[in-house]
Design a protein around this ligand. Structure first.
Ligand code: VGL
Ligand code: ZN
Length: 216
């Protein structure tokens, strides 16, 4: 474990703040337990990193990832879609609704890009880079590479879905990738958090605390 403040943020680093939206916060349609605990550490990290990108889960109503789109299915059950297995969710982050808005408690006026994902009706997208069919690109890889970034720091909601998949795709396309654990919170359904942690370490994503970037 690196010492506090050992990772010095610089000009080729980017912080990706994943899905800090009202539907994932307390009272939201798919509230992540303790989800609002990410806001303060993310605000501190954002003050330390010059370059910040946000992701925004952004589904049309009737989206294929919603249990309500599948007769006789309940939220958190699994189904098969054309690209493989899909967890079914409560309706959430519907385009243009208050639940899809990014929290106003995030204080990141210098954020440079908001990348929306999950807008194709038949395909989910946990990752900010690539949709769940594992083919359709959001354009984020090209953007970050064209900007010259080398290291990606991921934080937000939820650790075991959108943060993990974003970090896994970042490392897969060649970024040195860090997941900031205390600035993220998990849904943890059917063993998803343990599975995500295994996948992250197997892929070489570094799991760190915000103190390692910020100092004490
Ligand atoms: C997410 C489930 C469905 C996330 C998004 O942001 O982790 N999880 N849609
Ligand atoms: Zn979603």
């Amino acid at each position: 474990m690196a010492e506090q403040g050992a990772i010095k943020p610089g000009d080729t680093d980017v912080l990706i703040v994943v899905d800090v939206q009202y539907d994932f916060l307390p009272g939201g349609a798919l509230a992540v337990p303790d989800g609002d605990a990410v806001i303060e550490p993310i605000n501190r990290l954002a003050r330390a990193l010059q370059h910040v990108v946000l992701t925004q889960d952004w589904h049309p109503s009737g989206h294929a990832s919603f249990a309500s789109s599948h007769p006789a299915k309940q939220p958190f059950e699994l189904t098969e879609l054309h690209y493989g297995q899909q967890v079914l969710w409560p309706d959430h982050c519907i385009q243009g609704t208050p639940g899809a808005e990014i929290s106003r408690d995030l204080l990141i006026p210098h954020a440079q890009l908001v990348i929306r994902k999950g807008y194709n009706a038949g395909i989910d997208s946990y990752s900010g880079f690539k949709e769940a069919d594992r083919k359709t690109s959001t354009g984020l890889e090209g953007y970050l590479k064209e900007r010259g970034f080398k290291r990606v720091f991921c934080a937000g909601l939820a650790t075991d879905f959108c943060v993990a998949w974003t970090a896994l795709d970042a490392v897969a396309v060649g970024f040195e990738t860090y997941l900031i654990e205390d600035a993220s919170r998990a849904i943890d359904t059917n063993g998803s958090l343990a599975r995500a942690k295994n996948d992250l370490s197997a892929a070489g994503v570094h799991t760190i605390s915000s103190a390692q970037v910020l100092g004490a």
